[in-house]
Design a protein around this ligand. Structure first.
Ligand code: SF4
Length: 88
């Protein structure tokens, strides 16, 4: 399984309100409580929740329905859409 091609842009962490899976992380403006807005990094990276661990989340919840490559492709589309929201 190839590694997920995350470029650490932080876009997923700035829009946690848009998914029911991550809405509980919203600090009130759509941004995760744990997101560092200066570095774009996660302040609890080693202890981040399962939903933020793309490989573990895939194994436990998605593998039966999608190949890894399909899952990565769908996630990259979401990454692009979230980045576009930042630039609106
Ligand atoms: S817990 Fe970390 S990885 Fe997960 S959304 Fe928040 S900042 Fe991002």
């Amino acid at each position: 399984m190839k590694q997920f091609p995350c470029i650490q842009c932080g876009a997923c962490c700035r829009h946690v309100n848009l998914s029911e899976l991550t809405a509980y992380l919203d600090r009130g403006d759509g941004i995760c409580h744990h997101h560092d807005t200066l570095t774009h990094l996660c302040r609890i990276y080693e202890k981040r929740p399962e939903v933020c661990r793309v490989d573990i989340y895939y194994d436990k919840h998605i593998r039966q329905d999608l190949s890894w490559d399909e899952f990565v492709e769908l996630n990259l589309i979401a990454c692009k859409q979230l980045n576009e929201l930042d630039n609106m």
